[in-house]
Ligand binder design. Sequence first.
Ligand code: 13P
Length: 340
Amino acid sequence: MSTYAQELRATAQAMVAPGKGILAIDESKGTCDRRFEKLGIPTTEERRRTYRELILTTPDLAEFISGAILFDETIRQSTQAGVPFVQVMQESGMIPGIKVDLGTKDLAGCQGEKVTEGLDGLGDRITEYYQMGARFAKWRGVITIADDIPSETCLVANAHALARYAALCQAGGLVPMVEAEVLIDGEHSIERCYEVTERTLQIVFEQLRLNRVELDKMILKPSMVISGSNCPVQASIEQVAQMTVNCLRNNVPVAVPGIAFLSGGQSNEHATAHLNLIHAKFGTQCPWTITFSYARAIQQPALDYWHGDDANIPIAQQLLYHRAKLNGAASIGHYSSDME
Ligand code: 13P
């Protein structure tokens, strides 16, 4: 048993406190810069810092956000006034989290598939992040659907890395968010997404057990069961909610305290509506607390409005607060589209 057992359990519970979810702002430098470039925002460390300050100092954000996932550059940064971001979060009641994977690389021998890297030296990095104030971590495995993929090779390689990461986190005092993202990209049907998500979860939990990860001290971060973005037939909100809940019920042990979805390229409104219906219609069928851990589906309106111009910060913060509030409501089944 981890020497941090009690703390890990308490952190995991706090991450999925009722009416709250996680805000992912852990875009790597490359991903953040790509999003800035699309809007013509200079891709400098200072602009990235200002954007993250905008987010983390949004008034009352902690009403709906239990914790935020930071990137390595961000966890070392401070506000313009010199207050470390970690301290800003601690003072406003948000738990600092940290992305610890080092991104995806092509998986040798498996065309079109990726594996996530970052295990070497991870134990030492976890120790450093814990000392800096982080209390949970994230690692993202990516599964692509196409005609002949995912391969079993890819599923096992990613699940193994996730499990090794999760075990190291628990040994070092960080609650692991175990993120297995089945990508929305492609023409596949929702039924095919179900099949792949099911197999992914089965292998992830096999590997978590094999690597002695304590299931009551982790958070699962899955994608929803959803139609491929280019599938000619798009499943209804009801179908997504029902099939997602079925897939989780059949494949996620009840010992897991919380499930926090990624948004994965869904529209803002869909990400919120799906989460809401999962609660409103199927909540009583779920033994775990279910919430959100969204990046794009919370940040996008604020990023678009800010556009790199600091005169826009107050309204961008209002837009961020609004999306967080809607998702907070959805996480207890209290959202309706007229709140948009
Ligand atoms: P999205 O909600 O934009 O999918 O991001 C969540 C995340 O953390 C991706 O790793």
